[in-house]
Write a protein that binds this ligand. Structure first.
Ligand code: PBG
Length: 426
């Protein structure tokens, strides 16, 4: 998940040529054109069978010494002619610019470009968010084409099955909770038989090796639609909310969650969650902290998906001001000190500078959340024929990697992993 070095076929081509192995299992799905190494050198012994086959195909009957003598005497087989590609008529005849450095030299062929590619992306970098509800059938989410509130009976397991098929093994769960279960204190969040714990147990039962991330926040359970408990005067109560979040995280851990992910932005919640998890013996459960989560308008479609719009006001007293950069360092220091295992930036693409800031100031793995608004904009632009959906999708994910993320939470996880595995777009 957090590896800093990755191999692609282009990097290992030389090794393969040396060792004489063919395309050994590389474990990589990156889309690099296959240029089979041509082994001309006599120093490379492939196998006696292949040598025998070559001898049959080229029956010359002449020894190496005779061939060498011919070459020295200038009698060698004619090589293919030298070709000089023609420029179109009217191309100006000029003296070449006097430059020692021509960066285009390193971009001149697909093989060279692949060899010098600095950033790679693989399905292992993706975490697929899953919307779940109490229904048995899938319900499409209007503002997020291709996304559904998944029914536990078929849709959920089917989606996980298909994602694993293209190498996506990590999932984060977001529940759509019935209104009748929402309260001002969000107590349904730590119901051991609630939708999320039930789903975790179902998924772990069917797919024991997947990684399950959970969302820790009260908004899906709050009758106010806020991430914390709202006081009479509208203030979101910090420490009381953290108390509830601890119970929520422990309940998720008990059900089998691998990584709990506080997205609430209360102060001190990472340390409190760590202590609560440890006190219950969940030392192995990781914490992915939403370290720099901004009060963003890019969350719109998600709130529609979960019907979790705040009933009044906004989230600006706990989520960060989009104008702020330095403040992310304060959150980073706090989360590291409190024991976070992964630091997350959200949204993704509009906040690449913040991702780079965290990358350069922490040794922890960095996650980015390509949020619902980012997803929907690409889908809409593609549907309107304004952009190439698949190319923009892949580029946006690569840019998140380039900025310094290890993992990306993205609704495109399955589609993008399919592309990386050479399975086309949908
Ligand atoms: C809430 C939460 C939100 C998202 C993830 N967790 C919305 C919010 O903060 O209002 C947004 C994800 C998205 O837009 O894709 N705890």
């Amino acid at each position: 998940m957090a590896s800093t070095v990755s191999f692609s076929p282009a990097n290992v081509q030389m090794l393969q040529a040396r060792s004489g192995h063919g395309h050994a299992a590389l474990g990589s799905c990156s889309a690099v054109p296959r240029a089979g190494p041509r082994l001309r050198s006599t120093a490379v012994r492939v196998s006696s069978e292949q040598e025998a086959a070559a001898a049959v195909r080229v029956p010359s009957g002449r020894t190496i010494e005779e061939c060498e003598a011919d070459a020295v005497a200038g009698r060698f087989p004619a090589p293919p002619p030298l070709v000089r590609p023609k420029a179109p008529e009217g191309t100006p005849e000029i003296r070449p610019l006097d430059m020692t450095k021509r960066p285009r030299r390193n971009r001149k062929s697909p093989a060279l470009r692949a060899a010098f590619q600095e950033t790679t992306i693989s399905p292992a970098n993706f975490v697929l968010p899953l919307f779940i509800h109490e229904g048995e059938d899938d319900a499409p989410i209007g503002a997020m084409p291709g996304c559904y509130r998944l029914g536990w009976r078929h849709g959920l397991l089917d989606e996980v099955y298909k994602a694993r098929d293209v190498g996506v093994n990590s999932f984060v769960l977001f529940p759509k909770v019935p209104d009748a279960l929402k309260t001002p204190t969000g107590d349904e969040a730590y119901n051991d038989n609630g939708l999320v714990p039930r789903t975790i147990r179902l998924l772990k039962d069917k797919f024991p090796d997947i990684v399950i991330y959970t969302d820790v926040a009260l908004d899906p359970y709050s009758s106010d639609g806020h991430d914390g408990i709202v006081r009479e005067d509208g203030v979101i109560m910090n420490d009381e909310t953290v108390y509830q979040l601890c119970k929520q995280a422990v309940s998720q851990a008990r059900a089998g969650a691998d990584v709990v992910s506080p997205s609430d932005m209360m102060d001190g919640r990472v340390g409190a969650l760590r202590a609560a998890l440890d006190a219950e013996g969940f030392h192995d459960v990781s914490i992915m902290s939403y370290t720099a989560k901004y009060a963003s308008s890019f969350y719109g479609p998600f709130r529609e998906a979960l019907d979790s719009n705040p009933r009044f006001g906004d989230k600006k007293t706990y989520q960060m001001n989009p104008a702020n950069y330095r403040e992310a360092l304060i959150e980073t220091a706090a989360d590291e000190a409190e024991g976070a295992d992964i630091l997350l930036v959200k949204p993704g693409l509009p906040y690449l500078d913040v991702i780079r800031l965290l990358r350069d100031n922490s040794a922890l793995p960095i996650a980015a959340y390509q949020v619902s608004g980012e997803y929907s904009m690409i889908k809409a632009g593609g549907a309107l024929g304004m952009i190439d959906e698949q190319k923009v999708m892949m580029e946006s994910l690569m840019c998140l990697r380039r900025a310094g993320t290890d993992i990306i939470l993205t609704y495109f996880a399955r589609q993008a992993a399919g592309v990386l595995c050479g399975m086309g777009s949908k």
